[in-house]
Design a protein around this ligand. Structure first.
Ligand SMILES: [Zn+2]
Length: 140
């Protein structure tokens, strides 16, 4: 016994071979990113700023703004949290942000495959039974 439950229940729902192949590719890429541990939510933004000194070049016309500075921004409990990064940190952590985006893309693709499998379920061909009392049923 492997201790791993078969989550796909192939006896009731068939997954198309092309779907399985793509899911395996997605799983391999997800695992590679997860193994790296290099995942960071949010985004890193380049900022250029003005200071408070009237005679500074940042107030000239045209202005020469200070920076660039790098800001990591993310949401925590519906609040936006920011933190300044050094140029080195920006260089290193941008790849982590990119990995997080890729994880979300891969999960979205898996969900799309799952939704397509559900839509292709041959049981949709049968006339739907009456919806349970108190519910609405949408037809495909
Ligand atoms: Zn200035």
């Amino acid at each position: 016994m492997t201790g791993i439950t078969d989550l796909c229940h192939p006896e009731t729902v068939r997954v198309a071979a092309s779907h399985q192949a793509e899911a395996r590719q997605i799983a391999a890429e997800l695992a590679a990113i997860a193994r790296s541990g290099m995942v960071l939510p949010g985004s890193i933004t380049e900022r250029r700023t003005r200071c408070g000194h009237r005679s500074c070049a940042c107030r000239a016309d045209p202005p020469r703004l200070h920076g660039p500075y790098w800001q990591w921004t993310r949401k925590v409990a519906a609040r936006t949290i920011c933190r300044w990064l050094s140029p080195d940190q920006h260089h290193d952590y941008q790849a982590w942000i990119d990995n997080d985006r890729r994880l979300r893309q891969l999960l979205a693709r898996l969900e799309t495959l799952g939704a397509a499998a559900l839509e292709a379920d041959p049981r949709w061909q049968h006339k739907p039974r009456a919806a349970p009392a108190g519910t609405r049923q949408t037809s495909p």
